[in-house]
Design a binder for this molecule. Structure first.
Ligand code: FHN
Length: 468
């Protein structure tokens, strides 16, 4: 007969074993569910990660003054003229009567983006001014009711994007200087310190119904790109709720992190590295080391303004823009490059010229951008490196006078090296100078002085760092 002591000891051991099994089971279930969640997110983000390059379009009533108000040019960006020139909402809204962009051609805009090598377009549905570029049923302050133009711009963009296989995405401002339940209360100058007692009504009766219009009336939307999230009325809870709401309308839509007002910190992500939203949004900057482990996109102007300004001729060169694209991609990010169309509906010629030049480069070198990840090489003096399975793309900005390219820190066995522009893929001589450095013999002159790409076909040997 076993003593009572033995029975209670065995029971205790059995209980501990049971708890261990239950804990292990729960952990396995948690791991399984987080793996499943990650797989779903990866699937949803796949096209965006492959795309790497998109067009940002800032267009609204601000294109009419084009930076000038009563004979004075605003010092700020074109799209901020209402606030920066202290124009009261009821005076500013009169501009709608002059918004008649008769030269607007959605097909031309979408073709320009496509020929530049861009795979998606993010257009302002409504910027901070509150004016809507589509036929909204919850507002008269839109292109159909308030202007002589009376065409649904987003509808025409949606049809053109679908025809050209370009993903249509919407920028939408949470901050609204026109709606009485939002920041209009503080017109003519909004005040980040003030709150509107009716802001919740703005969210339920206006912001969400408009998001529903945008996500149910214009076909599949690639990205909902929120902005104007820094106002005091907007909270992380509202952000998470809005993220969930938008995804309930289109499950596959991607949402930027500005829905969750975590833009501060790591170039658009909170200290924990994750925030409401699917990607970080550094603006007018490229994080020195990218944002390792998360998706991110740098948005940038071609001159100094997002919305058109007639007196802003401070244009970045096509060399600068191409090398930004490569730099960002080499760090694992996307590049969202802006155009600010005029009140006639034309994209400025200076933007067209730069996009055309970028398209010429992309036609030859797009393989080294699309679907690539951050390169495994640490900073190299001559350029950048992007990567795809089994291949490294060496982007040479500064062609070595010696005719030899030194590639430090590469453990992988090199199977072949060739110039990406060389369709015959003629092999370049590669030698290893001890350990992890290789030297590639190059032609005397670069193919492209802005960026000539050498492809290294490599055998994956040992762990290569990756950014995700
Ligand atoms: O205030 C806006 C600005 O007008 C522009 O839309 C940029 C683009 O990312 N976002 C805000 C400034 O961060």
């Amino acid at each position: 007969m076993k003593s009572e002591k033995t029975i209670s000891r065995n029971l205790a051991i059995a209980l501990i074993l049971l708890c261990l099994l239950v804990t292990l089971g729960c952990e396995q279930m948690t791991t399984k569910s987080s793996d499943a969640k990650k797989a779903k997110t990866d699937e949803r983000m796949k096209w965006w990660r492959n795309a790497r390059f998109g067009m940002f379009i800032h267009w609204g009533l601000y294109a009419v003054p084009a930076g000038e108000w009563k004979g004075e040019y605003t010092k700020g960006a074109g799209e901020w003229i209402m606030n920066d020139m202290h124009i009261p909402a009821d005076e500013y809204e009169q501009i709608a009567k002059d918004f008649n962009p008769v030269k607007f051609d959605a097909n031309a805009w979408v073709s320009l983006a496509k020929n530049a090598g861009m795979k998606y377009i993010v257009i302002t549905s409504k910027h901070h001014e509150g004016f809507c570029l589509w036929d909204s049923k919850v507002s008269e302050y839109d292109v159909m009711d308030a202007t002589p133009f009376k065409r649904d711009i987003l509808k025409e963009m949606s049809e053109a994007c679908r025809r050209e296989g370009i993903r249509l995405c919407f920028y939408h401002s949470i901050m609204d200087w026109h709606h009485p339940d939002a920041q209009r209360l503080f017109s003519p100058k909004y005040d980040t310190k003030k709150t509107n007692p009716n802001f919740k009504r703005y969210v339920t009766d206006y912001l969400k119904p408009q998001l529903k219009e945008l996500l149910t009336g214009y076909g599949p939307i690639g990205v909902l790109w929120f902005d104007g999230e820094w106002i005091r009325d907007w909270t992380p809870k509202l952000g998470q709720d809005t993220y969930n709401y938008v995804r309930s309308l289109q499950l596959d839509v991607i949402v930027n992190n500005r829905v969750g007002n975590y833009r501060k910190g790591m170039g658009g992500l909170n200290k924990k590295g994750k925030s409401a939203g699917d990607f970080g949004t550094p603006e007018q900057e490229v994080p020195a080391n990218g944002l390792p482990g998360v998706d991110w996109e740098t948005c940038m102007t071609m001159n100094d303004t997002w919305g058109y300004k007639a007196n802003d001729d401070h244009w970045k060169s096509d060399k600068k823009l191409i090398q930004y694209l490569v730099d960002i991609t080499s760090k694992g990010g996307n590049f969202l490059l802006n155009v600010g169309p005029t009140s006639e509906g034309l994209i400025p010629q200076a933007s067209v010229e730069r996009l055309t030049a970028m398209g010429e480069w992309m036609k030859v070198n797009g393989e080294s951008i699309y679907g690539t990840t951050a390169g495994p090489l640490s900073a190299v003096p001559w350029g950048r490196c992007t990567a795809k399975s089994g291949r490294l793309y060496l982007h040479i900005f500064d062609w070595p006078a010696s005719g030899t390219l030194e590639v430090p820190g590469l453990r992988n066995k090199v199977k072949k090296a060739y110039l990406l522009a060389d369709r015959k893929q003629t092999g370049l001589t590669v030698s290893r100078t001890g350990g992890v450095n290789i030297v590639i013999n190059l032609p005397e002159k670069p193919i492209d002085p802005i960026d000539t790409v050498v492809v290294l076909k490599i055998r994956s040997w040992g762990k290569r760092s990756s950014n995700k």
